[in-house]
Design a protein around this ligand. Structure first.
Ligand SMILES: *Cc1c(COP(=O)(O)O)cnc(C)c1O
Length: 405
């Protein structure tokens, strides 16, 4: 049996959380990544950096986002359910918390150009947005299939002045876009900062992105204390693509053992269907996109193409910190199928008047999978809004109406 690990919130100096993390990168990226490793904490700790970050989070991104007591949902589950409204952030999801932070960091590193990868297009839009804000040149790599699936976000990025570059390899989705972005960075290392959109990639990205997203649970603690007299809920639930919104929602609770942390993974058509993105259920330890982590792979270590109805969850692995928190037993994972997510998302529309991103609907679906103690307090991180997913919901609704499921 594998040994459990002691839960770590921060990586060690080599970027490891337990046996996960590190920086597995080509020689030609060493200088860039090392520059980041050496400087990110000092820059983020700088007073003028923090002042500008806080101002932009407040006036530009719209933080703090509300912690909403969902009364009708609470009645349905006989619990006190709060929704952390990241769907109300500028650009429609939590991703802007990270892109604002990283663009400020890039400026202080003297980088003039920004590249990014995107799946659902949410991170691409969040990156194009802050590049417009700062007048920086922006290239966004996106799988060609995702470009088809997410046309409105492609349009948004272009409106915002970014160049969208299609990734034609593999499944033509997020993983392939990430590969292309890394390849580009190798050839343009000196003047370009790569804004990674989740808690993945080589050290220091997982830690850096986690710190930028930790504002989510920093606010939850304050808001919950104000509303209930107790900063600690019984459970926090969040969905996991790469893991950035979940990490942000869990971060300030990792050391509170009494708070149960539950991550929702995309099971696609079912864990055993061959069409899934359930990285902890199906994954093994290995190196993916620059770090040692858990991802879906064949016996000889090739990445298994992930599938989820939701482009933001369509990633074969999870970030190294989450892989470590899974192994240490701190974070519990639930696998949620496409259908379960859609049903839960559509129920929220009718119960609370909120149309969630299908990613977030995976977190909502967890309510039907866990034991809930009457009257307990549950926080669900509503990572984004569902405007981009309307067509998928509407199609599903018409199947429900026609009784063909
Ligand atoms: C991108 C995205 C996700 C998945 O990414 P994480 O890094 O796991 O948070 C989840 N929800 C929404 C709305 C997204 O846009």
């Amino acid at each position: 049996m594998e040994e459990k690990e002691l839960t770590q919130l921060y990586p060690n100096e080599k970027g490891y959380f337990g046996s996960f993390g590190g920086a597995f990168i080509p020689e030609m990226l060493h200088a860039n990544v090392q520059e980041l490793q050496e400087q990110y904490l000092a820059i983020m700790g700088d007073t003028s950096f923090q002042e500008e970050l806080q101002l932009l989070l407040h006036d530009y991104a719209g933080r703090p986002t509300p912690l909403y007591y969902a009364k009708r949902l609470s009645e349905k589950y006989k619990a006190n359910i709060y929704l952390k409204r990241e769907d109300l952030c500028h650009t429609g999801a939590h991703k802007v918390n990270n892109t604002i932070g990283q663009v400020l960091l890039a400026e202080r590193l003297g980088k003039k150009k920004i590249i990014a990868e995107t799946g659902a297009g949410q991170h691409g839009v969040a990156t194009a947005t802050v590049c417009a804000l700062k007048g920086l040149e922006c290239k966004v790599f996106m799988g060609e299939l995702d470009i088809q699936r997410q046309a409105p976000n492609v349009g948004r990025m272009k409106l915002l002045g970014a160049e969208v570059i299609p990734a034609m390899s593999g499944n033509r989705t997020l993983k392939d876009a990430t590969n292309e972005a890394l390849r580009y960075w190798i050839n343009h290392a000196s003047d370009t900062h790569y804004i990674i959109g989740s808690v993945v990639g080589p050290h220091p990205y997982p830690d850096m992105v986690a710190r930028f997203q930790s504002v989510i649970s920093e606010e939850i603690r304050k808001q919950l204390l104000e509303k209930t007299g107790n900063a600690l809920p019984n459970k926090v639930i969040a969905c996991v693509g790469g893991g950035s919104n979940a990490t942000g929602a869990f971060f300030n609770y990792i050391e509170d053992d009494g708070v149960e942390l539950i991550a929702a993974e995309a099971a696609g058509l079912g864990i055993d269907s061959g069409e899934s993105a359930a990285a902890t259920f199906l994954g093994k330890r290995g190196v993916l996109h620059g770090s040692m982590t858990t991802f879906m792979q064949t016996d000889d270590g090739q990445v298994v193409e992930p599938y989820s109805i939701s482009a933001g969850m369509d990633y074969p692995g999870i970030g190294p910190a989450l892989a470590h928190w899974f192994k240490s037993g701190r974070v519990h994972f639930e696998a949620v199928t496409d259908d379960e997510a859609l049903v839960a998302g559509m129920a929220l529309c009718k119960t609370e008047g909120i149309i969630p991103a299908i990613e977030s609907s995976h977190a909502l679906a967890v309510l039907d999978k866990i034991d809930i103690i009457e009257g307990e307090t549950i926080v669900i991180n509503l990572s984004g809004r569902g405007d981009k997913d309307l067509e998928t919901y509407i199609k599903y609704q018409s199947k429900v109406d026609a009784n063909v499921l």
